[in-house]
Design a binder for this molecule. Sequence first.
Ligand SMILES: Cc1ncc(COP(=O)(O)O)c(C=O)c1O
Length: 441
Amino acid sequence: MTMKTVWDLQATAARRDRYYAASQKKFVPFKEPMVFRRGEMQYLWDVEGRKYTDLLGMNVCISVGHSHPKVVGAAVAQAQELTHCTTMFYHPVPAHLAEELAATMPKGPEGDVEWVVHFTNSGSEAVDLALAMARGYTGNLDVLALRTAYHGPTSAAQSVTGISGWRHPGMPGNVAFVPEPNQYRGIFGENVGAAPYLDEIERTIATATTERVAGIIVESIQGYGGIIEMPRGYMSGAAERIRAAGGLYIADEVQSGFGRTGAHMWGFEADGVMPDIVVMAKGISNGFPLGAVVARREVAAPMAEKFMFHTYGANPTSCAAGRAVLQVLAEDRMQENARKVGGALLARLQDLQSRHAAIGDVRGRGLMLAIEMVKDRKTKEPDEATTSAVFEACREAGLILSKSGPHRSCLRMVPPMCLSMTDVEVVAEGIDRAIRSVAAA
Ligand SMILES: Cc1ncc(COP(=O)(O)O)c(C=O)c1O
């Protein structure tokens, strides 16, 4: 039997609307449906042949470029030989990837910190496992998480997600939230640094926990929260305070990892913090499903007494893609490109801010950037309506962005890390035109 694929925009939209559950309705980004047919590096083509620059990186999954030939080649070769091999058997591809990921982790001042890897199917499963590991290792239940954090859709990952639109009834408890150290609109005002937010961690431990905690989970740069960078000293200070209460530091690198911030392979390195557990997914395999928990050997050890297995976790096809990603990152100097091109894009966005009052803030690092739209720069009232209109107008200008943040007032840019200097001009010009067209409407 041959399966016929119909590349018809309206028919595809109608079929999806008819057969997808309501739980996936709100997530459709544009007013009019869009179907992508092809991708190549930082570009996408829709079903009608129109070209776009993908600043969303298909939700940060595309780290080194759409359909990157080396990644696709490695995955196809593996799929043809053996598509899947369940985790309980030995296979060289995931074993190599585990070794290579462990090698990217900090070794500590004495050089003796050892890291081990547990592959999962997704980032949220990795978050769930990280929480279970922290609770098992410490014997404590309470976990701290940050407001405006996003950690995924599974129940435990939702329980540490601090954006209400992503939280559904029935999540497990034992989570206390601390304010996100947002240097633009945080509760302590503008550019106050880490100190008052670190005090909040102490206060929260003293008031909303049993005073013995399992850990804190921190996105090194909040992604869906609207690109919220952790100020200098926050991650290391949080680790210190959490350890004093018996807990572990969990770094969520699902969005900020793999060199995207430009300066480092892992976002937590910006603050010199030594995590106990690192969670990763998305860019790890450039679009193939894979997640991983990378933990200090002693932290993972207590789980040896029971079974824990994710069916596709160490799938050799996804892991072959993962190994190719690491190779391409190094060979094509993608981290350096993220730093250089991201720096140029940031400067162009700052220039747009100087010319458009609707842009309240521009922020981020490397190729993890955002602009935040406000009704008034003084009051900083979030402007969701203008953000949506600019987002739609960017589509017309051939740019795919993401609406993010708790007020959906941020335009997030997390493109494949192969974005070029030429693209920077196209992107800045396109956003400029989009804002002008919305202002004139
Ligand atoms: C920071 C962060 N953590 C965890 C997750 C969950 O990953 P997944 O969607 O692969 O389950 C996401 C997904 O967007 C994320 O952005």
